[in-house]
Every structure is written in C-alpha cells, then in structure tokens.
Write a protein that binds this ligand. Structure first.
Ligand SMILES: Cc1cc2nc3c(=O)[nH]c(=O)nc-3n(C[C@H](O)[C@H](O)[C@H](O)COP(=O)(O)O)c2cc1C
Length: 457
C-alpha cells in the first residue's frame, strides 16, 4: 500500500509523533510511507504552488493518508490548520475524496479528543473515509503493550483500506449562510467610564461585515471604554516551533510583537473579548497561531480572574467542538466566560439584543467580580497539568515555581486533616453495631452539614 504521512509537527524529523509512524514503517515493511513535513515547511508550501501541488499529487496516488500530529492548545498546530484551510480555499477537496485516512497524535492527553475531532471533521468534509485515530502519551512507544496497541491500530486501518469498507460519518456537513446582519440604530453610550482595562481583539478584514458590525454594536453599547486591536496589525513571524526553550525562560525565541502585545495588553486586562469568525472546522489559523505562541506562558493560568467573552460570526452551533475548545481554554485559564454571541440567529434585531445584553453582562461581571464555578474541564484538566508539572518539574521550571507560589499542587495526600478524619471514620464505620446503624442513616448524615448552613442563613 502507498501511504502519505502529513506531518503537522513543526519539528519535522525530530517530531515525537513521527516516531510512531517510523515504528509502523519498520513493522509493516510491505507498505510504502511517503512523508511530508507540512508543519515545518508550511511557509514555503503556502508560497510555492508547486510544493503544495506535489503533496496533493502524492495524496492522489495514495491508498491512505495519515495525519501525524502533536496536540497543540486543544487542537492541532496552526501550521497544519493553514495547510487544511488552503485545501478548502483552493477547492482541492476532490483529491482527498474517498481516500482512507486516520490520525496519530502524541500529547499529554490534555484535550487530545478535540484535536482528533478537528481532524476527523475536516477529513469528513473532504469526503474521506476516516478510521478513528490513535492518541498516545508522548512516551508510550517505550512500552511493549503500547507498541502492540499501535500495531493493532495500524492493522485495523490497513484492513479498512484493503476491504474498501465504508466508515460511518460522525459530523454533519455545515450549512453555510449568507445572512447579512443589519444592526439598525444603536445608541452610543457617551462619557464612557475608564474604570476597567477592557480590550477586544479581532482579526476582521473588510470582508467580514457581520463581524465588524457586531463589534461596533458591542463597543457602542458598553458603558466602559473598550480598546480594539486587530491581529493583522500585530507582527507574528510564525507558529510555535515546539522548541520548548520557553520552559526555562518564560519567553519565546521569536523576536516579533507577539510576546510584547501579550504582556502589555492581555495580561494586565480586566476583560478580554475575542472577536472572530469560524473558518472550516476551527477559528482562522491566525488565531490558532496566536494561541500556540502563548505557550511561552507554560501551563500557568497567567490571566486568571479575567472576564472573557467571544463575538463570533459563523456556525458555532454546528461546530460544538470549537465551543468545547473555547470553554476548556476559559476554564483552564481560570477566567470567567461572560458569554458568547454569534450571528447565527439570522435575525438582526435579536442579534443586537443579544449583544446589548452581553455588554450589560460584561459590566455587571466586572463590577461584581463574578466567577462562574468551573466544570469537569477545569477539574480534570488541572489534575493532568498538576501531575505533569510535578513529575517534570526539572524541565518545566517556570511552571513549577508558579504552581508552588499559587498553591496549585493540591494533591489529596497533602490534606492532613482529611486523612486523620478518614482514619478515625474508617475504624468507626467498621465497628460492629455502628456500621449497620451508620448505613441506615447514611443519607441523613450526608445532608447534615448542608442543613446547618441553611439554618444559619
Ligand atoms: C504550543 C504547544 C501546545 C501544546 N498543547 C498541548 C495540549 O493542548 N494538550 C496536550 O496534551 N499537549 C500539548 N502540547 C504537548 C505536545 O502535544 C507534545 O509535546 C507532543 O508530543 C509533541 O509532539 P511532536 O514532537 O510530534 O511535535 C503542546 C505543546 C506545544 C509546544
């Protein structure tokens, strides 16, 4: 079989993920693997049509395609998003149509599922037959049983190709809309207060009329002053290179305007509103590049306590994966997601009402310092980060300092009072006579402390 490997890692041959593919290459010598370092070479691929076309030519001849990709900020590296967007922009999906395809990722398994969803949805949009992918922890390949799993996974993929078996589709095709938002007359709140540092970052161009108008309504409706920035005005030379030198310096090796912008504008802000559109199955790659480059902050919620919101043009409801990524970024950043407004209602008056309410909610959340309780996304995600940084504290030195300083090493074994209480409770609850009585009254005991609070209220 001829297989084309699209390597999304910016580290090309040094990619950890690609070593999983190299292992398969050794185990399946009967198959031919052609690798393209899309992540590393994205700039020249986008500039030089010949390079782009030569990759497509290999795909057109292949029996199967493998996305070999690290997970970056809950999705895939921006370099790969640029590549996938280019396929759609050039209308070249037909090259991929009907091809068998799968994904291999390595990561710390933090939001790896959303990265897989992105690739599966994009592949299905191209009409590919997608066989569910393989998500590995970075060093799983060192373990015999994991290597066996990898081999079996590859076997399944090859069997699908051989049998030309049809795969069930997971994502519905997105229905695009040409709805034009007409905000009508919106009163500009005059004498805007400057009590808070509120910034709005957008990537709109002149073509993004709905987005521009939504931003206009929000800025007018807010009773506080909002500073507006456009990503296109900030010099960002390229996507994260995955060099991880920042883990010891908390600074990026790129010399451009990204870090300065982040430090000067995002970190000190009381509120940040991101305004963008949905492009294919993601935000535009310029955004993902911006997020990836924020990796110099490590795994630390450096904007914690901020109020956060999104103004989005495009089919968010049809892309629940994007919403999941936004919410996870919010919760892991320890920010408060005030809301997300979109133009999906296709009713101008209603959209204007939503934006006005959004601006009122923003002011109220700022004035009242409101933080909505987090969900599984934070609870689960935090434990993954906490354990990872603790185990690798000699690598993630800046993260380690931050976690110590902010008491984020909240391991259960450190809760001495609870341990002592549990020790005595265990003895008590195993004492004959008490055990049976306690079991009968279990639900009563469980609500006792809650009732005390209500009585005192
Ligand atoms: C910018 C950046 C963002 C990352 N984001 C995530 C993430 O969201 N979830 C995760 O589990 N790992 C994340 N990682 C870790 C990588 O997925 C992991 O190191 C991977 O094995 C790198 O693979 P590669 O060597 O093939 O590039 C991130 C790494 C970088 C550099």
């Amino acid at each position: 079989m001829d297989l084309v490997v699209l390597n999304g890692s910016p580290k090309s041959d040094d990619s950890i993920t690609l070593h999983y593919v190299k292992y398969l290459e050794k185990k399946f010598p009967q198959h031919n693997f052609t690798k393209h370092h899309v992540g590393k070479k994205i700039r020249s691929i986008l500039k030089d049509k010949k390079k782009f076309e030569s990759i497509l030519k290999d795909v057109s001849r292949a029996d199967g395609v493998i996305w070999s990709v690290p997970v970056y900020t809950c999705t895939v590296p921006s370099q790969l998003i640029y590549f996938i967007d280019r396929i759609f922009e050039e209308g070249r999906e037909e090259i991929f149509k009907g091809k068998y395809c799968t994904t291999i990722t390595t990561s710390a398994k933090f939001y790896d599922h959303t990265a897989h969803n992105y690739l599966k949805a994009s592949s299905e949009d191209m009409g590919m037959e997608y066989v569910d992918g393989f998500s590995a922890m970075m060093y799983d390949l060192l373990e015999e049983d994991k290597r066996e799993e990898l081999q079996k996974f590859a076997d399944i993929f090859f069997r699908y190709i051989k049998a030309q078996a049809k795969t069930p589709k997971e994502f519905v095709s997105v229905q695009k809309s040409d709805f034009s938002y007409e905000p009508g007359a919106v009163r500009n709140v005059s004498n805007k207060k400057k009590d808070y540092d509120i910034i709005l970052i957008s990537d709109h161009t002149d073509e993004d009329k709905n987005l521009k108008r939504m931003i206009g309504v929000f800025v007018k409706s807010m009773k506080y002053k909002v500073k507006v920035f456009n990503l296109h005005d900030i010099e960002v030379k390229g996507g994260c290179l995955g060099c991880v030198r920042c883990v010891n310096t908390a600074s990026c090796i790129y010399k451009d305007e990204h870090e300065e912008f982040y430090e000067k504008n995002i970190k000190p802000a009381d509120a940040v509103i991101y305004a963008t559109k949905i492009k294919n199955r993601c935000f535009p790659a310029i955004w993902e590049q911006f997020y990836d480059r924020s990796f110099y902050n490590g795994h630390c919620p450096r904007t914690m306590g901020q109020q956060l919101g999104y103004i989005i043009s495009g089919p968010l409801k049809q892309n629940s994966n994007i919403k999941e990524i936004l919410k996870s970024r919010n919760e892991m950043g320890l920010t408060n997601l005030v809301g997300i407004v979109t133009d999906e209602a296709e009713d101008s008056q209603l959209i204007t009402d939503h934006i006005r309410q959004f601006s009122r909610d923003f002011s109220w959340s700022l004035e009242n310092d409101f933080m909505r309780p987090y969900t599984f996304r934070r609870e689960g995600g935090h434990k993954i980060f906490r354990d990872l940084i603790y185990e690798m504290k000699f690598v993630f030195t800046e993260d380690h300092k931050f976690y110590k300083k902010h008491d984020l090493y909240d391991f259960p074994q450190k809760k001495y009072k609870t341990r002592i209480k549990n020790f005595f409770l265990k003895i008590l609850l195993n004492t004959p006579g008490i055990k049976e009585k306690a079991q009968d009254k279990m639900t009563e005991y469980m609500i006792m402390p809650l009732e005390e609070v209500i009585d005192e209220a």
